[in-house]
Write a protein that binds this ligand. Structure first.
Ligand SMILES: [Zn+2]
Length: 288
């Protein structure tokens, strides 16, 4: 799933390619992806794009008083294209969810695609991004200059959940998901199961620096990359996430994982849990 760094890079990439250009035809191909009906998507046609921005993991293409908001979800992606066919796409079982053409040349634009069967990619056409429920409930953005150590301390104090769950809760901090929460906790050398409210003043500072450092480093790596190369870049930059069974790049211990019904977390026991593996009823076969 694309998270803050990838969506940040995608918004920069799209901004360069779309700002100042006029929107041509828009084809919503997967009906389930379109979450709003009024104003209709067709109202964007003929408008000039002002800017492309990001809210958490949401992309926001702004054209006058209209916003095309996209959440790529777990398996969604955006493909910039300069060879779009003139004929409208057929709605079907393929991965194409939405196609946007520029007015000129109409062969240029982008496809939103979604692999797999869990259709969660979401597209909204709204007058105000805050009309999108997922944006309205977003917590502060960790890369915003106003996100200080004190802001993080405030978010964690009185928080009874474990760090892993808190970090990836979009209502607490915007943009961090399953992958970067693993990376941040590894950089901070903290157990994913540590209770958020139990952090000392010093630990809050360590976590704050790990959060900003990990995300900025990932944004830096992704900056300037074409949309098509972002996924591979994200994967190659991760130290523990998705790497169960491999060696920790910091200490060489074997990275372990804990699986849940629809996700898994990865961590390094030596770096994060005092060398003790976390309990996991379904320990990865990789480690047996
Ligand atoms: Zn380690």
């Amino acid at each position: 799933m694309p998270e803050l760094p990838e969506v940040e890079a995608l918004s920069a990439f799209l901004g360069e390619h779309l700002a100042g250009r006029t929107v041509g035809r828009i084809h919503p191909v997967a009906v389930s992806a379109l979450k709003t009906y009024a104003p209709p998507l067709s109202e964007l046609e003929g408008r000039t794009v002002d800017a492309v921005t990001r809210h958490g993991k949401f992309l926001d293409v702004t054209a006058g008083d209209l916003h095309l908001v996209v959440h790529l979800a777990r398996a969604g992606w955006l493909r910039w294209r300069e060879n779009l066919p003139p004929e409208p796409p057929h709605p079907g079982k393929g991965p194409l969810a939405l196609r946007l053409h520029l007015a000129d040349p109409a062969s240029t634009g982008f496809d939103l695609t979604e692999a797999g069967t869990q259709k969660r990619l979401a597209v909204y056409c709204v007058h105000d991004p805050a009309e999108v429920p997922g944006i309205a409930r977003l917590g502060p953005d960790p890369l915003d200059p106003s996100f200080t150590r004190e802001v993080l301390a405030g978010l964690l104090s009185g928080e009874r959940r474990r760090l892993k769950g808190v970090l990836r809760d979009q209502g607490v901090i915007a943009g961090v998901g399953n992958a970067y929460s693993d990376e941040v906790l590894h950089a901070a050398r903290m157990s994913p199961y540590k209770l958020a409210a139990s952090l000392s003043e010093e630990e809050v500072t360590v976590l704050y620096e790990a959060l900003g450092g990990t995300l900025r480093e990932a944004v830096e790596r992704s900056r300037g990359l074409a949309a098509g190369r972002l996924k591979a870049e994200k994967k190659s930059g991760l130290r523990v996430h998705g790497r169960a069974g491999q060696s920790c790049p910091v200490c060489g211990d074997t990275i372990r994982e804990v699986s849940f019904s629809d996700s898994a977390l990865q961590y390094c026991p030596t770096c994060q849990t005092g060398g003790k593996p976390l309990a996991d009823r379904r320990m990865s076969k990789l480690l047996k």
